[in-house]
Write a protein that binds this ligand. Sequence first.
Ligand code: T4K
Length: 369
Amino acid sequence: MDNPILVTRSSMPELDEYMNEIADLWESHWLTNMGPKHKLLQDELKKFMEVENIDLLTNGHMALELTLQALNLQGEVITTPFTFASTTHAIVRNGLQPVFCDIDPVTFTMDTERLEQLITDRTCAILPVHVYGNVCNIEEIERIAHKYELKVVYDAAHTFGETYKGKGIGSFGDASCFSFHATKVFNSIEGGAVCFKDKRLGETLYELKNFGIHGPEEVSAVGANAKMNEFCASMGLCNLRHVEEEIEKRKKIVERYRDWLEGVEGLQLNVVQKDVKSNYSYFPIIIEEKQFGSSRAEVFDKLAEHGIGARKYFYPLTSTFSAFHGQFNVLETPVALHISKRVLTLPLYADLSMKDVDRICEIIMACKG
Ligand code: T4K
């Protein structure tokens, strides 16, 4: 078997670059609790992401969980089930009730035509997901949120570095939560950030990520420990220097995939959104068995036989997790169900070679009936 190719591979700087970056930690002995690297990365990211306010956290999940806590919400949160476990868990772990809205069949983001009918007098917020870096219907979400006075928190885990209509993607809603996990376009090993509008929300978040400590002798909230440490921040500083180049490489890989797979009967490719500067984070394909001639399972197995680890992001729907059985009324989301049963996310990372892309596509095309 050829060398295995996994769905992604973490971007890393040269070892020397990282060693140089962390060397001063041996001088200062300051390893965590909002040290100088944390501060520097925060400032650099603010510029790069073109946002007004940002705070760094340990990971994208805590970004979501603590943002919901900071907003002091109660009741129902409308979200989508076509996402990673984290999105729904953040809602449930805050004692809130998820209400699942179906997705749009083209962007796989919240179908705003179905959103308004899900609003009840218990609805407190909307938590849409910019899944695969596809930007949600921001105008509609914000119009509806404004009409019903609802908070909007975007799960922006997949949208690092993107802009919408020329504005940093983290500028929308009350807050946007990013992931800097090892598998993401930009990583700080583990890491995350919240971009937010209201500075008071930022102050609350800052305290919540540090146990709710308000002052030397006052703890005013039941917070968590979600502070990004200096080693992670250092990795972020190194990776940030190369991220534009990496996104450019991803773009070329995506173009190569498209050359092979665009227009193939039975395959739906990810949408290209005209107002979005994309980060090329994922390359999902939707396989319609009847037209393509093979099922998602058959293509998945054939790739696996050749050591290629495509993934079923996101199957199953979070609304079907056994963890939630019997806890809330799960509405049917037929489009999300349809997509989740047919989606395959193909390998994509900056150093994936064109030769490997060609090989992956040859295997997929050999499955075509
Ligand atoms: N919201 C959304 C919409 C998300 O997708 C996520 C995370 C979050 C919120 C929460 O953000 P974080 O709290 O994670 O910051 C992975 C990631 O762990 C997760 O971050 C990501 N979404 C999710 C979509 O994918 P797994 O369970 O599929 O990861 P794993 O370990 O199977 O890794 C996938 C591939 O990545 C491996 O086959 C090889 C490569 N890899 C992995 C690791 C851990 C590396 O090259 N280096 C590594 O260190 O969840």
